[in-house]
Design a protein around this ligand. Structure first.
Ligand code: AMP
Length: 174
């Protein structure tokens, strides 16, 4: 079975979580399978080859799991983008709409150097609001977001369109 097929058969659908009408894509069975987890981070790492990426950015909270592992595998720095009020130093912030609600994300103002090439990693690309907010924050800090990588993309929500010029890599598209 290829990686996409393995992911399709392992990701678990939880209907009506956290709200009625939302089908929550549960990635914990992927994380619990050590070989599959490693295959995911290997693929994320391979997709970044030759791009000159110097930092990996993860989105609070499930994005941290994959982004942290990829950063460590590649020997690169890791940058957290967090929900409001969690980062201790001076931050930039952006408010955005979620598939189910609203949120604010923040990054430390000195997280990246001007012109630094970074890759963004998260578990799910849904409406694209979170990823677009993250790209916006990083660009405000002077970074160039050369790839946005997702374990899965909910294609019917067209989140990719919100990412404009940022190339998107998704391992499974629903
Ligand atoms: P969005 O801003 O709509 O692209 O939402 C992306 C964020 O919300 C990601 O960080 C996901 O972790 C989470 N998310 C949104 N929709 C779902 C879903 N159906 N299942 C699991 N996580 C989701």
């Amino acid at each position: 079975m290829d990686l996409t097929a393995q992911l399709r058969s392992t990701i678990r659908d939880i209907p009506d979580f956290p709200k009625p009408g939302i089908v929550f894509k549960d990635i914990t069975p992927v994380l619990a399978d050590g070989r599959l987890f490693r295959s995911v981070t290997d693929r994320f790492a391979a997709e970044l080859e030759g791009l000159g990426v110097t930092k990996i950015v993860g989105i609070d909270a499930r994005g941290f799991i994959f982004a942290g592992a990829v950063a460590s595998q590649l020997g690169l720095g890791f940058i957290p983008i967090r929900k409001k009020g969690k980062l201790p130093w001076t931050t930039r912030s952006t408010a955005y709409k979620l598939e189910y609600g609203e949120s604010v994300v923040e990054v430390h103002v000195d997280a990246v150097e001007k012109g630094e090439k970074v890759a963004l990693i998260d578990d799910v690309l849904a409406t694209g609001g979170t990823a677009a907010a993250a790209v916006h924050l990083l660009e405000e800090c002077g970074a160039v977001v050369v790839r946005a990588e997702f374990l899965m993309e909910l294609g019917f929500l067209s989140g990719r369109e919100k990412l404009g010029a940022t190339p998107v890599v998704s391992l499974v598209i629903y």
